[in-house]
Design a protein around this ligand. Sequence first.
Ligand SMILES: [Zn+2]
Length: 206
Amino acid sequence: MTNDANIYQKMAAITAELQTVAKNLTVETAKGKGYKAVSERDIIDAVKPLEAKYGVYSYPVNRETTAEEMLEQDTQYGKKTQFYTRLRTVYRFVNINNPDDFIETVVYSVGIDSQDKGDGKAMTYGDKYALMKAYKISTGDDPDQTASVDAEYTPSRGSFMTKGKVVDFTPTCADCGIGITDAEHDYSARKYGRPLCRACQRKANG
Ligand SMILES: [Zn+2]
């Protein structure tokens, strides 16, 4: 690939080459539980050498905490407190040969932790998800299967943004407009007749 390839051509080339790499990332577990979760490290190890080869640099250019709350859960051992953090991350993919040529992807991620690591988990997940979205890496992970509060994080669908034009929409709360997960969207649409975030669901309950 020549140096005057644009960011779309470069990312398409990386996507094509990653298809074989991505296959090796899905490992069946011994218990027959389906697929092992792909770690952020796996994704970065697969993506970074190809980005270097084709002259692309990617990084989280902007991060915003869109929700932060303490959840209390009744368990058989008493009350259990968990910290819930939701982040909006703008991840930028830059053409190294022409830094004005870049693509941005927006992802929403949620981190839930019994200490205060919700933030770090949400960041890690957001970055991993941005790379997976941008390079169309499919794995055995099904994000909607991890939607319970016990889950480490509940990722949501990201929107793909090119030069300010949103191609694919992320589900958002009808009342306050923040990004919500697919599972929250489906649950609240059924229960309240409109998609709502957790905070607005509580308000709707009165
Ligand atoms: Zn809301």
